[in-house]
Design a protein around this ligand. Structure first.
Ligand code: PLP
Length: 445
């Protein structure tokens, strides 16, 4: 089939996730056919630097044969077996062991799922079970944050705080949302430091309002990813730690984007010095080459689930799929052997920070922020007032489309432009990325 035929078939048969079908009718889908290193290539041969690592998952880029070979070999040895009903497989044991080596010292158990959304459903099941088994059935409420993203299943989307998503379904009624630490959009006259404290205190206020005895857990991404790479002010996480320290409330860190090195530490929790009870992961655990997610469970929680109350009646057919586990093991081996995370922390992350900050002088950029291998730019019509180009924040979509023309994949969240390039990106490729972003900003202005 040629490109036009493919696009016609696509329109006819595919219901795409997170897509406005009206736009598809006008432009047709982009057909991506190949990828290598940090680049993707479409059916016309147009080569683009992938500034989003796929969907924040191909941290090692697209050419790691060690991972695809590991999957292939496993598929030819034991292509499927489950981990239900007193069964296990060698890859699942080996990956669970490797994960416990790279996670914080208090985390030594994992429950595997097929995706990040499923993992957050699992978190809700584990949280409920944990408190019930300790005769605390009143602990039911889970607090999350406005504009957070935790997946697309009913539980994931209920935990999520993006207003556009919440409008389209009936969220679970035991989830509450508090202030996000998004200083550029919501900080008003406060300094970032003051605003970080303010956002953390909103959690305290909510806990007091609900009654701490009724609150089971607080869930948050270390940095809000899909919400616009919202890097919290430095005061935020230490204050959250203080707030949670006063109450018996579990902390769930959703590491689906920031796990496996994106901040220059193994997990966002390590970067911010937090000690979560549960950590959600997915995406980069297999470098995106095979679906796998899960929740990493602290000893405190695992002990209760394992030692009391009989069977935990929860699981997915693809929990611990052997080929997925082999992909995870191969990915962790590369991250460790090639010291990829150290390079992000010491070399490429600081270099991106320096080059990215230079974009702040552009007339339509209201703020730049970056950390490790993520960055964001706020598009504005007027810098001092931070006014957007229009009420619906359509400049972001225009900028995204122009970036693709310029050979770069950037994502738009409203008028916030975000990047999360592969961790293997070189300093020369950082230069290429920043030059392409500047050209795109010129074209957008
Ligand atoms: N949690 C976070 C923080 C995410 O960014 C995502 C996906 O982007 C999810 C959960 C959901 O993961 P999945 O799409 O694998 O279900």
């Amino acid at each position: 089939m040629n490109k036009t035929e493919l696009q016609q078939q696509d329109r006819k048969h595919l219901l795409h996730p997170f897509t406005d079908f009206h736009d598809l009718g006008q432009q047709g889908t982009r057909v991506i056919t190949r990828a290598e290193g940090a680049y993707i290539i479409d059916i016309d041969g147009h080569r683009m630097l992938d500034g989003m690592s796929g969907l924040w998952c191909c941290n090692l880029g697209y050419s790691r044969r060690e991972i695809s070979d590991a999957i292939y070999q496993q598929l030819n040895t034991l292509p499927f077996y489950n981990s239900f009903f007193q069964c296990t497989t060698v890859p699942s044991i080996e990956l669970a062991n490797a994960l416990s080596e790279v996670t914080p010292a208090t985390i030594n158990n994992v429950f595997f799922t097929g995706s990040g959304s499923e993992a957050n459903d699992t978190n809700l099941r584990i949280i409920r079970r944990f408190w019930d088994l300790q005769d605390r059935p009143e602990k039911r409420i889970v607090i999350s944050r406005k504009n957070g993203y935790h997946g697309s299943t009913i539980a994931g989307a209920s935990l999520g705080g993006m207003s556009g998503m919440r409008k389209q379904f009936q969220p679970l009624d035991y989830i509450e949302h508090v202030q996000q630490p998004y200083w550029f959009a919501e900080g008003g006259d406060m300094s970032p430091e003051e605003f970080g404290i303010y956002a953390a205190r909103s959690l305290d206020e909510k806990i007091q309002e609900l009654g701490p005895e009724n609150v089971a857990a607080f869930i948050a991404e270390p940095i809000q990813g899909a919400g616009g790479v919202v890097i919290p002010p430095e005061t935020y996480w230490p204050e959250v730690r203080k707030v949670l320290g006063q109450y018996d409330i579990l902390l769930v860190m959703d590491e689906v984007i920031f796990g496996f090195g994106r901040t220059g530490a193994w997990f966002g929790a390590d970067y911010y010095g937090m000690k979560p009870d549960l950590m959600t992961f997915a995406k980069a655990v297999t470098n995106g080459y095979f679906p796998l997610g899960g929740t990493l469970v602290s000893d405190r929680v695992a002990e209760v689930i394992k030692s009391k109350g009989g069977e935990f009646t929860h699981g997915y057919t693809y929990s611990a799929h052997p080929a997925a586990c082999m992909a995870g093991l191969a990915t962790i081996n590369i991250l460790r052997n090639e010291k990829i995370i150290d390079t992000v922390r010491d070399v490429t992350g600081p270099y991106l920070a320096k080059r990215w900050a230079e974009l702040a002088d552009h007339p339509i950029v209201g703020e730049t922020r970056s950390l490790g291998m993520v960055g964001a730019l706020e598009l504005v019509k007027d810098k001092p007032s931070r006014a957007r180009f229009d009420e619906d924040c359509t400049a972001g979509g225009v900028c995204r489309d122009l970036s693709i023309k310029n050979g770069l994949v950037m994502r738009a969240t409203g008028d916030t432009m975000i990047i999360a390039p592969p961790l293997i990106i070189t300093t020369e490729q950082v230069d290429e990325l920043v030059e392409k972003v500047r050209r795109t900003l010129d074209d957008t202005a």
